[in-house]
Design a protein around this ligand. Structure first.
Ligand code: PMP
Length: 366
């Protein structure tokens, strides 16, 4: 089988030119006489790769100069665990606004060392919307307010008016998990104290994450932690306190460069809007054969969970989709059903192929 359209939530589809370039440099990188996997992270060849990746990411996301970028080994969950250690005092209140599974994960990572409070949650409604701003219970003394910009499993995204209200919410800095929507559209980073993302959706390979943090927050003393978990020290050391995941950093850099070459986040915003509109229209226009249960104003452009009217058909749907060259559509076990992830590297032709398949499946099995 040749490469399919891969709707995986992450690790996710990568741009083919990125994979080809990574493949080409696997044996020999430049004139190093060695693979990029085999060279020192402290040598000039890798330092150039690392610095270029940061410079390109700064350009792509218009990161203001008063924000540091930390490239860290591990995933978004690791960042979730390090946020309270770095930015909150022991036992201090931290407010979490929860719109899905990953917001709850963030609380679990923090609860052992701070007073991690659920300031608002849409769980009672099955995480089918973001919690209304009017219902948030913010703590006066919170170290930060945390939200998940896009809930990858529940398909709930902070958009438009919801997002504008959220960023104006309180006095405490807003920290947001952008793991599954970073670089999907323009974003005013200056509205946030920090944003972070595991790379394995829109930024490249798993194994590395990115934290973009306003520099004054790095001056907070936080709480006792090992030096390796100190973001201020990592920022000072240009994310090289120890051996960084150099291959992942390299492929992240290739992916960021590809996004710039394709036209940057404004162009991806247009493509992503068209892709999401196409798929939601197919679901909504199916007469109930397929359904998405998320409130229209909070529907994710990146991850679209949907259900067949008859779950007994799920297995057949997945099997026939695979035969049609459409893979990784199985929903997360928390929700069941299907989920299509439409990250930047998913071409519009892939979404068109999916909606065509869905229509044919409905005709065949209606
Ligand atoms: N936050 C979000 C929004 C996610 O989608 C994920 C993973 N899918 C995580 C956090 C956890 O990321 P990781 O597996 O990289 O720790």
């Amino acid at each position: 089988m040749s490469r399919a359209y891969n709707f995986s939530p992450g690790p996710a589809t990568l741009p083919e030119p990125v994979l080809r370039q990574a493949q080409a440099t696997m044996l020999e990188f430049g004139d190093c006489g060695a693979s990029i996997l085999e060279i020192s992270h402290r040598g000039p060849d890798f330092i150039a790769v690392a610095q270029q990746a940061e410079a390109d990411l700064r350009t792509l996301l218009s990161i203001p100069d008063d924000y540091a970028v930390v490239f860290a080994a591990g995933g978004a969950t690791t960042v979730q665990a390090l946020l309270p250690l770095n930015f909150a005092a022991p036992g201090q209140a931290c407010d979490y606004v929860v719109s899905g599974h990953w917001g709850k994960t963030a609380i679990r990572q923090a609860a052992h060392c701070v007073d991690a409070r659920t300031a608002a949650s849409s769980e009672a409604g099955g995480f089918r919307d973001v919690p209304a701003r009017a219902d948030w219970q913010l703590s006066p003394d919170a170290a930060y307010v945390h939200l998940t910009a896009n809930e990858t499993i529940h398909g709930v995204e902070w958009r438009d008016a919801h997002l504008s209200e959220a960023v104006e919410a309180g006095n405490a800095p807003l920290v947001a998990d952008f793991s599954s929507s970073i670089a999907s559209e323009p974003l005013d980073i200056a509205k946030f104290g920090a944003i972070y993302a595991g790379a394995q959706k829109n930024l490249g390979p798993v194994g590395i994450s990115v934290l973009i943090v306003r520099r004054d927050l790095l001056e907070r003393s936080g709480q006792p932690r090992a030096p390796i978990f100190d973001y201020a020290a990592q920022a000072r050391a240009e994310s090289m306190l120890n051996t960084p995941p150099s291959w992942n950093w390299y492929v992240l850099g290739l992916t960021v460069k590809w996004m710039l070459d394709e036209g940057g986040v404004a162009e991806f915003a247009r493509r992503n809007a068209r892709k999401a509109a196409l798929l939601y229209a197919a679901i909504d226009g199916s007469g109930g054969y397929y359904r998405n249960e998320v409130a229209p104003g909070a529907r994710s452009r990146m991850n679209v969970p949907f259900f067949l009217h008859d779950p007994a058909l799920d297995r057949t749907f997945l099997d026939e989709a695979k035969q049609a060259g459409l893979v990784a559509l199985k929903g997360h076990r928390v929700l069941g059903g299907m989920r299509a992830s439409l990250y930047n590297a998913m071409p519009e032709a892939g979404v068109q192929a999916l909606v065509d398949f869905m229509r044919e499946f409905q005709q065949a099995h209606g």
